[in-house]
Design a protein around this ligand. Structure first.
Ligand SMILES: C[S@@+](CC[C@H](N)C(=O)[O-])C[C@H]1O[C@@H](n2cnc3c(N)ncnc32)[C@H](O)[C@@H]1O
Length: 223
């Protein structure tokens, strides 16, 4: 059975034509994109408002001064706003993964990615990607109630090269509203204690982050 995540964060199982691990092809390029384009317009408005998740995490990414050839995975890529920003700074070796084929259709049309994986992450799902593949995983707006939780850490770490970077940005206020985020930082620190990853740079607090909330950018390094 395949599953996909909806925009409001809920899941719909067995979406027709959605196979976990599917790689996009050119034949998908011209499917109807109206609602995706509307979503993207709204996201671009947010980017322009100087208060958005993609912009904040890419700024932190650029501060790391990583190699331009770094192999990057845009995690829960949505319509590709992170990749657009990365590409504008010369980082073009980018793949994407997202649970929704239709969310990715627009970015596919824009030819942002080298490989494009349609697959859920978290819970029992395993990314259709070989271990030790990426220099950098970057996830903007991915960790949120109903989307991605700390149970995804192990598989994200698996597909990152030893020494590679796993970075994400998220709102600071999920702990009190979502039981699945109550122990989020404890899970991070458990993996630090167990020698699986370390903080590459300290967690950064962003004020304001999105919709008036504060945010964090985490930058971990796989050991
Ligand atoms: C808020 S958007 C993030 C978009 C993008 N990273 C950005 O910053 O513009 C959430 C995306 O995550 C995807 N998604 C949500 N939960 C998922 C999961 N568990 N596995 C895979 N994709 C998921 C949705 O399909 C949607 O495209």
């Amino acid at each position: 059975m395949s599953s996909t995540a909806s925009l409001d964060g809920s899941y719909e199982d067995s979406m027709p034509g959605e196979e976990s691990g599917q790689v996009f092809t050119n034949k998908d390029k011209d499917e109807p994109l109206k609602w995706i384009e509307k979503f993207e317009t709204e996201m671009v408005d947010l980017v322009d408002s100087n208060c958005t998740e993609p912009k904040h995490i890419v700024k932190t990414f650029l501060e790391l001064k990583l190699d331009r050839e770094s192999r990057i995975l845009d995690v829960l890529a949505g319509t590709g706003l992170v990749a657009e920003l990365l590409r504008s700074h010369g980082y073009v070796n980018i793949d994407a993964i997202d649970g929704r084929k239709d969310m990715l259709a627009l970015s596919n049309k824009k030819q942002l990615y080298k490989n494009f994986y349609v697959s859920l992450l978290g819970c029992q799902y395993t990314a259709p990607i070989q271990s030790d593949t990426y220099d950098v995983l970057i996830a903007s707006g991915a960790f949120a109630p109903g989307q991605l939780h700390s149970d995804a850490f192990c598989d994200l770490i698996r597909i990152t090269k030893p020494g590679g970077i796993i970075m994400w940005s998220m709102r600071t206020d999920y702990g009190p509203i979502s039981p699945r985020f109550a122990n989020f930082d404890a899970h991070i620190e458990d993996l630090v204690t167990n020698g699986v990853w370390r903080h590459y740079v300290p967690r950064k607090t962003i004020k304001p982050y999105v919709h008036g909330s504060e945010g964090y950018v985490y930058t971990m390094q796989r050991i």
